[in-house]
Design a protein around this ligand. Sequence first.
Ligand SMILES: Cc1ncc(COP(=O)(O)O)c(C=O)c1O
Length: 329
Amino acid sequence: MRLITQSRKLSGVRYDVRGPILQEAERLEREGHEILKLNIGNPAPFGFEAPAEIREAVARALSTAQGYSDSRGILQAREAVAQYYAAKGITGVTPNDIMLGNGVSELISLVLQALVDDGDEILVPSPDYPLWTAQVTLSGGRAVHYPCDESNGWMPDLDAIEALVTPRTKGIVLINPNNPTGAVYSTDLVRGFARLAEKHGLVLMSDEIYEKILYDGATHEHAAAHTRDTLCLTFSGLSKAQRVAGYRAGWLAISGNRDRATDFLEGLTLLANMRMCSNVPAQHAIPVALAAVTNDGTNDTGIGELCARAAGFASRETLPTGCSRRSRA
Ligand SMILES: Cc1ncc(COP(=O)(O)O)c(C=O)c1O
């Protein structure tokens, strides 16, 4: 009988956050070794609980959120995300420019499947959060890694990135704050990414899931605030700052110049429709989570205090996952 094999699409796809290294760690744990798992940014097991109002919003929604929603997500949540960016001075992002997903992870997959043809190149930071490389590979593309320089606070060099651009380059991934390095990029650097993407007509994909986990007075800069002449896709959600990674509540904000992007955006909508919608009860957490942040920039649903606690861990050199000490750009 013929063997049941995995598809050839998977050759070269790796995701070590949950792969063989974790299996080995679990084996050692079963043998009684104590393992500190730094592979996955999962706040709950470390005692970082979500604010009660977020958990209650989901519990309240259970009876009314039984059906599928609009494939982009419920209007109330998309409005909340649009208002969140408007309150930060990012103009032109309407609820129709927001797509909710089962975490940023699902949205990365949808975007890359819609964007990348066989042999297309996507610029990805090295080291990267491995999902980006894995999804570029799965979608038939080639992840071209641009180095982040450890001796320079893990900052990438824009000239070195530009030297990697070829006629096949379709997009550039920016992870800021960066996982795994912890680097937070300066305004000038983020603006530089935007200029580079604009100059070469690349889609700028900005993964900002860690936007609120900042240390040492670092401030986060949204790529969307600096991108006008090309398509900018901002990825964020509730997994880290609001500590509900298990709810799977993320969003994509589409901004910048959409003129050349109609066809891609139709493809993205097709893929979003095919998977119906994201987890609807969790979508109800989004307006509650963002109301506090939008209405009062200082109210950060408690993450600031938790970061301060983690900074204490850092000084003892034992860090919970996802709480690496962020360097200032
Ligand atoms: C940089 C980065 N992007 C995306 C994700 C996935 O986030 P989500 O839980 O929203 O799928 C993670 C999770 O650790 C991450 O570190």
